[in-house]
Design a protein around this ligand. Structure first.
Ligand code: 8DG
Ligand code: MN
Ligand code: MN
Length: 368
């Protein structure tokens, strides 16, 4: 999580190296190239190389310097077998492997189909094998049944695939705040996900909402959803009731969804509520846009763990869990940290880092 690298190119000494926001165009380019390859293997459902490319992407994004020559890669972890594409870019300004992937028909089609809300790699692959290549192929094919989520995904495709800006996230924060406080004035509401990590843009806006009254959080979201509906904000709602069981130990899995009550929403955001206007490419005469919003509602005693888990990034969470397991013989997930079977209580994220014997890392240092 925190690694010291000796970088011969710059200061000569050892450099503190965190998960930091992407800073340079060049490391962006290398990271993007590796992300394409990661995705290629994800679509092929080959986990090993996919994860390896994601790790390499993370390493590049967290470097405090720009990779300019092969020597820069020498002492970096996780890059070993995956440097070919970067070497090609350094040498020729482009990578054959990456360009070949980008022009691969299956890659292109799965990339397109999975960009629809509600369409995962499995469905995308099924459609591809049926010979479908475009949205109009899918929408005019007689045998295709779209579920409610996918119908909504196509309906709001333009809006949902357009990035959400910080100003839009702030406006949604006020809407959520108002809706939750109408239900319970002493509610606790926190912005989480990418915007908590300081990102300028996101694919959605994530919030954690709970109440000090243990058990009340189980019925909080349905009430909030009703309130949003009453106010005319709700375009789509996929609600999952809590299946959280205090007695259960953390299920050990890197990608596991947690058991807290949560909902995946699409909300209607009015132009007038956003400082500086909506993030729209062309002039939009509607005066509103659809935005994806996630709400999660953990019990208060698990708040810090849920906040840490939902702040991400996914790679950071994965590494933190791995560190807990391998270096501390503890189990960490969105519900808690367990030493053998003992739950380690935490009221803040700082408590969790302290339990793990780690220096606290700010959300904006958890980006890669
Ligand atoms: P962005 O693409 O939204 O801008 O980035 P993000 O905010 O980092 O990604 P996200 O997909 O919104 O996920 C935010 C964090 O939430 C991420 O670390 C993973 C975590 N997360 C869970 N459980 C679940 C879950 O059940 N669904 C989703 N979508 N995310 C979850 O811990
Ligand atoms: Mn998000
Ligand atoms: Mn989300």
């Amino acid at each position: 999580i925190q690694v010291c690298v000796s970088h011969p190119g710059s200061h000569g000494g050892s450099t503190r190296w965190h998960y930091e926001p992407i800073r340079t165009h060049m490391s962006d380019r290398h990271a993007d190239a590796l992300e394409v390859l990661a995705e290629y293997y994800e679509f092929k459902e080959i986990e090993g190389p996919c994860l390896a490319f994601r790790r390499a992407t993370s390493v590049l994004k967290s470097l405090p310097f720009v990779v300019q020559c092969l020597r820069d890669l020498r002492d970096l972890p996780c890059l070993g077998e995956h440097t070919k594409a970067i070497m090609e870019i350094l040498e020729y300004g482009r990578s054959f492997e990456v360009e070949q992937t980008l022009s691969d028909e299956r890659y292109q089609t799965l990339k397109l189909f999975t960009s629809v809300f509600g369409v995962g790699p499995k469905t995308a692959d099924k459609w591809y094998r049926q010979g479908l290549r475009s949205f109009s192929d899918v929408l005019t094919e007689p045998g295709i049944h779209l579920n409610r989520m996918q119908q909504t995904g196509f309906l709001h495709y333009g809006d949902i695939s357009r990035a959400v800006s910080k100003a839009e996230a702030r406006a949604l924060g006020s809407i959520i705040d108002e809706a939750v406080r109408a239900i319970t004035p002493d509610a606790i509401i926190a912005l989480t996900g990418g915007f908590r990590r300081g990102k300028e843009f996101g694919h959605d806006v994530d919030f954690l909402v709970t109440t000090p009254e243990l058990g009340r959080e189980r019925s909080l979201l349905p009430d909030v959803i009703d309130e949003l509906k009453k106010k005319g904000f709700l375009l789509y709602c996929d609600y999952h009731a809590s299946t959280f069981d205090m007695a259960r130990l953390p299920s050990f899995s890197f990608e596991a969804m947690d058991h807290f009550a949560k909902c995946f929403l699409i909300l209607r955001l009015e132009e007038g509520k956003v400082e500086g206007g909506l993030n729209s490419s062309e002039k939009d005469s509607r005066g509103w846009r659809a935005v994806r919003v996630d709400l999660v509602s953990p019990p208060l005693d698990r708040y810090a763990y849920a906040l840490l888990g939902w702040t991400g990034s996914r790679m950071f969470e994965r590494d933190l869990r791995r560190f807990a397991r391998l270096e501390r013989r503890m189990l960490l997930d969105n519900h808690g940290l367990y030493d053998k079977t003992k739950f380690l209580a935490a009221t803040t994220e700082k408590d969790i880092f302290a339990h793990l014997g780690l220096e606290y890392i700010e959300p904006w240092q958890r980006n890669a």
